[in-house]
Design a protein around this ligand. Sequence first.
Ligand SMILES: [Ca+2]
Length: 177
Amino acid sequence: MPIPKICFSLTLFIISSFVIESIQADEGWSKVHNNNLTSIIPLHHYGGKSYYMGTHFRATYQQAIAFCEQINMKLLTIRSHEENERIFKYIREASVGNDYWTSGTRLVDGYNWLWLPYGETVDYTNWSTRQPSHLTEKCLQLWVVRGQLEWNDRSCDYRYWFICERLNNQNNNDPSI
Ligand SMILES: [Ca+2]
């Protein structure tokens, strides 16, 4: 149905623009660009990373990648069981739903899973039973199965919540963060 699709895309664009412009209009935007991740954007801090919960609007995988870049961050990676559990905690606290994009994808060669913003192989995994399921599903989605945060391969054009991250030991000189 093309008309609702167009309306939704327009709404997404307007909301995205509003969010980005609101952040940029704040006098603290320069602080964000100077890597001082303090009070401008609500962030969680854990294990040398900062996380932004993308719960203002649902986005496709590509839109989530682009939005995180706009706020000087990257779409989520999960490197350990401990981090998976921490992300699950943030998702429960956000209370908007359980479906989130990570930056994991096999878009590059159609088979091997990479954390796209870093070009790194996905080593730690937490796939659900019988996942990944289809070679046509090329992006890595988080979902909750039997009370656990597990992973699923999913078509990249679905619209889900998303999480941005930043490694604080890169491009960040503030040791207090
Ligand atoms: Ca799947």
